[in-house]
Design a protein around this ligand. Structure first.
Ligand code: BES
Ligand code: ZN
Ligand code: ZN
Length: 511
């Protein structure tokens, strides 16, 4: 829980987290007071250069009579993305406090944190709860205990808290719900998350939404009837039934009068998430090394579900969206080898009539997304499409595990979205939709082939393939193969699933 209290500095407590800044270190009066309190231990550490104030440097000192421990944590230069650095710094500091087995942390509001109280509250909540996120349901009680959780955070201020700060915290708590919903689904082993599991989550979201969200699911026969041969081709090898999931949020039925009044009826956006609940590669089987990570190949879909999980509740706090309708599509299936599976050399026909020669059954995401995009263009006709997909290893090789690759067919839309990802601290790097590379996807016997005839530029050719199914919409494709599932914890990203994209998408919809 997060508690706000008006108290003078310092107040007795468990672990104090004190944020300082590289450029404010010298004149920091609070730090001076803490130094006295700890018998000059802080000054000694600074003298010995154990703490120079560089970003994300921290020291832990015994807290004298007042605190058990004090964590001094530097957020770097005070002007550099202050809110994101507070959020990520807090998550890291919570992990430190957890290693000290602290039951609570104490945080002081200091003016250098800025006076954008809503966003400050939001980021404090996200930092605190994400630093505490665990996926430990399969661990024994004893093991769970070792992985200590910091139960409470007390935020103190010498002045009254503004109501915006409290509202921001409440908003942040909703956002965390969205992010952790996505994380849980991705971290859960693939033998427990099937297309049907995602469908159930969609129906749950519908039920919780008080009439603002509807979920519709197309089964194999219905997909066949619509001609989704690309999606169904991928699904063929699996024992599990594919589910083509469509969510729709209708702001006109929201509780907020403002949202009702501003919802621009004509404007529609569609969020599409790659939802391969396990990607074995199919007949083009992946090597064993690292294959376990392919339970995360539905991370795009999980992010879309995370967004919808909270969409219906945010309008109580912020004016969510000027869109008339917000859609989510999850073409959910498993990519497995079997006697029924798609074979290299097969040709599939998508919903829009285009055919693709399947050279490599491991390039399955673009096939499922082709039908999802074609469905959106045919039956929804959105102004904007954003797809999130763990599409290519090539993108991860190019940008590493913390940066997503972003492609867009419309400069204004792309720039607006990139700006939001920067504000939210979700790193993206724009890559080109370089049309001349389309020739690498030419097939002798079909309209396209699903992989390039060359080994390079894989993230680009993957994006170009999906782009061939976009007709009218402004479109952004985000390759999240890297940042959706990471090897080490840092900032709000915990090792394993990160729920990448929930923050930016929500923020984009709310502005
Ligand atoms: N799901 C994978 C991409 C991936 C790799 C995601 C690593 C996360 C981490 C995707 O379906 C895939 O296998 N892509 C192939 C494409 C290739 C055959 C053109 C790849 O990247 O090797
Ligand atoms: Zn694959
Ligand atoms: Zn895949």
């Amino acid at each position: 829980m997060i508690y706000l209290e008006k108290k003078t500095f310092p107040h007795k407590g468990n672990t104090l987290i004190y944020f300082t800044y590289e450029d404010a270190l010298k004149g920091d009066i609070f730090l001076k007071r803490l130094n006295i309190l700890t018998g000059e231990r802080i000054a000694k550490k600074i003298k010995r250069h154990e703490f120079t104030g560089k970003k994300d440097e921290s020291i832990i000192v015994e807290g004298g009579d007042v605190y058990e421990n004090i964590i001094i944590y530097s957020l770097g230069k005070s002007k550099e993305r202050p809110l994101v650095s507070i959020r990520d710094g807090l998550a890291n500091a919570v992990r430190l406090a957890s290693s000290l087995k602290s039951s609570s942390i104490h945080l002081y509001y200091i003016p250098i944190m800025g006076d954008d109280f809503f966003d400050l509250g939001k980021n404090c909540a996200i930092g605190f709860y994400m630093g505490n996120y665990r996926f430990d349901k399969y661990k024994s009680k004893e093991q769970k205990k070792k992985n200590h959780i910091v139960q409470d955070m007390y935020v103190y201020s010498e002045k009254d808290f503004s109501p915006e700060f409290e509202q921001g915290i409440r908003y942040g708590e909703y956002i965390v719900k969205g992010v952790t919903t996505a994380c849980d689904l991705v971290n859960e082993p693939a033998s427990f998350v099937h297309p049907e599991t995602l469908m159930k989550e969609a129906f749950n979201i519908e039920k919780e939404s008080q009439g603002t969200i509807t979920a519709q699911v197309l089964d194999r026969q219905e997909c066949e009837r619509l001609g989704m041969g690309a999606f169904l081709g991928v699904a063929k090898g699996s024992e599990r039934e594919p589910k083509f999931i469509i969510l729709k949020y209708n702001p006109k039925s929201a509780t907020s009068a403002f949202v009702k009044a501003t919802a621009d009826k004509a404007k529609k956006i569609c969020l599409i998430g790659k939802s391969i609940t396990f990607d074995s590669g199919g007949i083009s089987l992946k090597p064993s090394l690292g294959m376990e990570e392919m339970k995360s190949d539905m991370a795009g879909g999980a992010t879309v579900l995370g967004v919808f999980k909270i969409l219906a509740h945010l309008d109580k706090i912020v004016n969510i969206s000027s869109y008339g309708e917000i859609y989510g599509i999850l073409p959910a299936c498993e990519n497995m080898p079997s006697g029924k599976a798609l074979k290299p050399g097969d040709v599939v026909r998508g919903l829009n009539g285009k055919t693709a020669e399947v050279i490599n059954t491991d390039a399955e995401g673009r096939l499922t997304l082709a039908d999802a995009v074609a469905y959106a263009e045919k039956y929804i006709q959105p102004d904007e499409i954003i797809d999130l997909a763990t599409l290519t290893g090539a993108c991860k090789v190019a940008l590493g595990e913390n940066i997503a690759g972003l492609f867009g067919n419309n400069d204004t839309f792309t720039k607006r979205f990139i700006k939001i990802t920067q504000e939210e601290g979700e790193e993206v790097w724009q890559l080109p939709l370089y049309k001349p590379y389309l020739k690498l996807l030419k097939s002798d016997i079909a309209d396209l082939k699903n992989v390039s005839s060359r080994g390079w530029g894989g993230a680009i050719t993957g994006a170009l393939f999906i782009g061939e199914f976009v007709v009218k919409a402004k479109w952004i494709h985000i390759d999240i193969a890297g940042p959706s599932y990471v090897t080490s914890s840092s900032g709000i990203a915990n090792s394993g699933a990160t729920g990448w994209g929930v923050l930016s998408i929500i923020s984009y919809l709310a502005t």
